[in-house]
Design a protein around this ligand. Sequence first.
Ligand code: FAD
Length: 408
Amino acid sequence: MAEFTMELNDEQKEVRDWLHGFAADVIRPAAAEWDEREETPWPVIQEAAKVGIYSLDFYAQQYFDATGLGIPMAMEELFWGDAGIALSIVGTGLAAVGVLANGTEEQIGTWIPQMYGDANDVKVAAFCSSEPDAGSDVASMRTRAVYDEAKDEWVINGTKTWATNGGIANVHVVVAVVDPELGSKGHASFIVPPGTPGLSQGQKFKKHGIRASHTAEVILDNVRVPGSCLLGGKEKLDERLARARERAKKGGERVKNAAMATFEASRPAVGAMAVGTARAAYEVALEYAQTREQFGRPIIDNQGVAFQLADMRTQIDAARLLVWRASWMAINGKPFTAAEGSMSKLFASETAKKVTAQAIQILGGNGYTREYPVERMHRDAAIYTIFEGTSEIQRLVIARTLSGMPIR
Ligand SMILES: Cc1cc2nc3c(=O)[nH]c(=O)nc-3n(C[C@H](O)[C@H](O)[C@H](O)COP(=O)(O)OP(=O)(O)OC[C@H]3O[C@@H](n4cnc5c(N)ncnc54)[C@H](O)[C@@H]3O)c2cc1C
């Protein structure tokens, strides 16, 4: 276990500064344009691929950082640049993690490179779980995968929604029901390879924020994928389903806990994205308050403004500490006895919404226009309390973990 320290080591500082340089020089200057265009910023993703930020190697290196701080640090810097563009850069990672977590070595080696493409021909991937009637309530998922034994193929039918990169992805990872009796324990994940007939993009959503990130429905109409596209393979699935059936008879506690641990480990990354957006807005507000003069003095000279900035910075730092604690716990295999991962995501995402709204207030009329970036940051920040589990769901998880009661 790495020794506890509040300071990043030299290597981490170097990576952080490199990412910050990319965020400041490449991402931030492009942010307003791609927000207005509401399109995937392919040239920026390509730039990120050229320097090695858009690649599995980069995420693997950060992921295996022994302190656990590699991913939160990277997320904070990229999302400091711009949330929409950063999500376009890291969105593929969601699908890649799905394969890394559940796939065989062969599946990892075959599909992950196709998710990223290369610097001359960049590709993206999508992770498709949410459905129109299954958002927070994942167990009510309806997309069905049925095994055709004669052809060793799976046939998938259903409609996914809110998929980041949905329909424009080279590789889609689709979660589907294989045993409806088992609720969320009867789900499995499938690779849908590039160009598979039957998969199409439905509605592309026009969004409030993170508009440089593509979000769309994905329609699966008799999509046939080879047996080898079931992540983890059929034998493992059959064993898992048999265990789940056994446990369902006995109450199912262990399976539920394993799934929860995965979420607790991944949620701090979203918290770190929120910290990045909050910090970006705070920095703009601080500089503005120091330079904007009213009544013959800088507006920061008023406690009413200065105290807001003090609160903003305090909350951002507290959010980062919660994110770092949960990330450190995850890499060291500590049990999340108080749902510390959910706590970090809840606090950081609510902080981002609050801080970006305060930034608009501090910039006055300018804050309310698109001439300044804080209104975009405020629109972007609203996503953090919604995706990867809403704030209400985080509170449910925390309350249930603390009390052991089935709070509703
Ligand atoms: C921009 C964007 C990108 C996304 N990307 C992806 C992606 O790549 N892949 C993917 O699979 N999904 C993705 N999602 C989906 C996202 O995870 C869901 O939107 C989220 O889980 C909430 O589901 P919902 O929208 O159906 O809201 P609902 O579940 O309908 O919730 C509506 C409201 O009711 C509240 N609520 C629901 N149940 C309870 C309860 N038990 N107690 C208290 N309050 C409750 C919620 O907190 C919320 O405030 C994305 C969403 C967005 C907006």
